[in-house]
Write a protein that binds this ligand. Structure first.
Ligand code: FNR
Length: 361
């Protein structure tokens, strides 16, 4: 590619050139037929923006508030695993990129830098994502370490009782490193030639029995607000509110868990309507453009999380690449708002988009 990348897809191409095939496949891949993976992106194409003209858009303000934290834009870094496979500086570089753009950093439970390293290396507002291990003591310890190190919320990822079947990882016999957070607690480094080592690790470590009644335990070990990630239906949205979550993240895990789960943008509104404004609803899956963010906000999301886009920036150029990707999405959102007649994120309403179903009528 000649010259600087001008959009996220071009960053993906740079990431492909920078990474060994095993890791590139790990970052890009989805589950099984990857139907949902394609849909996550394509479903955005079926939503049309309804712009308003002759609005004074000489000043655009994208800032918003997330769980009481002011942020420059309705964008957060999604928790994604093992950033050192993308770049030697790992999550520290990602967090610094997020801090430079004044957006919230979501740190994965499966990070390659420790909670302490990330906390001491940047001043971004940080949320910590967790899985629940069979060894609950380890999960509790991680939550306490996050709390002690100034993380401001916990994200419970609830769509992963087992790992989805990611066939590229099986073929590549994907190898995971020992994660530093868990050194001396649990071995994450499986080296077998039978298939995905990550899948083998998850099968042994993740607690598939964890369910709604166990949320009381999670709430008992932390004072931090807890978001639930992985909600795709109104039924679960209502349960999440009853369970006392501080917010809901509509997510299908970047299409890496259940194939033929819906594209997230196609179920966002169902969840928003069920929640009735009781807690904020966040969104992730397939965000590659500022117009995608605009559409998610119009359908009721408070903010979006970006997963692969950030990883592509990291793989291509480290901290600078993360910064460029986030800035690129912010610039695109700002332009979309200006061209749609919205000066602030609060001006973006349901009437600014038309879904495929509505176009048929
Ligand atoms: C993820 N995701 C994820 N989610 C989570 O809660 N904990 C994790 O450790 C990971 N790890 C992870 C690794 C990789 C390589 C990817 C691509 C994704 C899911 C992530 O938080 C988010 O839901 C999706 O990435 C959003 O979709 P996009 O933006 O990647 O299309």
């Amino acid at each position: 590619m000649a010259g600087e990348p001008v959009n996220v897809n071009e960053f993906q191409e740079l990431a492909r050139q920078a990474l060994p095939k095993m890791y590139y496949d790990y970052y890009t891949g989805g589950a099984e037929d990857q139907h949902t993976l394609k849909e996550n992106v394509e479903a955005f194409c079926r939503i049309i923006i309804r712009p308003r003209i002759l609005v004074d858009v000489s000043r655009i303000d994208m800032s918003t508030t997330i769980l009481g934290h002011k942020t420059s834009a309705p964008i957060m870094v999604a928790p994604t695993a093992m950033h050192k496979l993308a770049h030697p500086e790992g999550e520290v570089a990602t967090a610094r990129g997020a801090a430079a753009c004044d957006v919230i950093m979501g740190l994965s439970y499966m990070s390659t830098c420790t909670v302490e390293e990330v906390a001491s290396s940047c001043n971004a507002v940080r949320f910590f994502q967790i899985y629940v291990y069979k060894r609950r003591d380890i999960t509790a310890l991680m939550v306490h370490r996050a709390e002690k190190n100034g993380f401001r919320a916990i994200i419970l990822t609830a769509d992963t009782p087992r790992l989805g079947r990611r066939e590229a990882d099986i073929k590549n016999k994907m190898v995971a490193p020992q994660l530093k957070n868990f050194e001396g607690l649990i071995s994450t480094e499986y080296v077998s030639d039978k298939g995905s080592n990550i899948e083998a690790f998850a099968a042994g470590a993740f607690d598939a029995s964890f369910c709604w009644k166990d949320i009381a335990w999670l709430k008992s070990i932390t004072k931090l607000p807890i978001l639930i990630k992985g909600v795709l239906t109104s039924e679960d949205a209502i349960k999440a509110i009853e369970a006392g979550f501080a917010g809901i993240i509509v997510s299908n895990h970047g299409a890496r868990q259940l194939d033929y789960a819906p594209a997230t943008i196609s179920v966002l509104e169902e969840v928003v309507l069920a929640v009735q404004g009781k807690v904020p609803v966040f969104f992730d899956g397939g965000v590659r453009r500022g117009t995608d963010i605009f559409k998610a906000l119009a359908l009721g999301a408070k903010a979006v999380l970006i997963g692969r886009s950030v990883v592509y920036g990291l793989a291509a150029k480290g901290e600078r690449g993360v910064k460029q990707v986030i800035q690129m999405l912010k610039n695109e959102l700002e332009l979309t708002m200006a061209l749609s007649g919205c000066c602030t994120v609060y001006d973006i309403t349901r009437s600014h988009v038309k879904t495929e179903k509505e176009m048929l009528h």
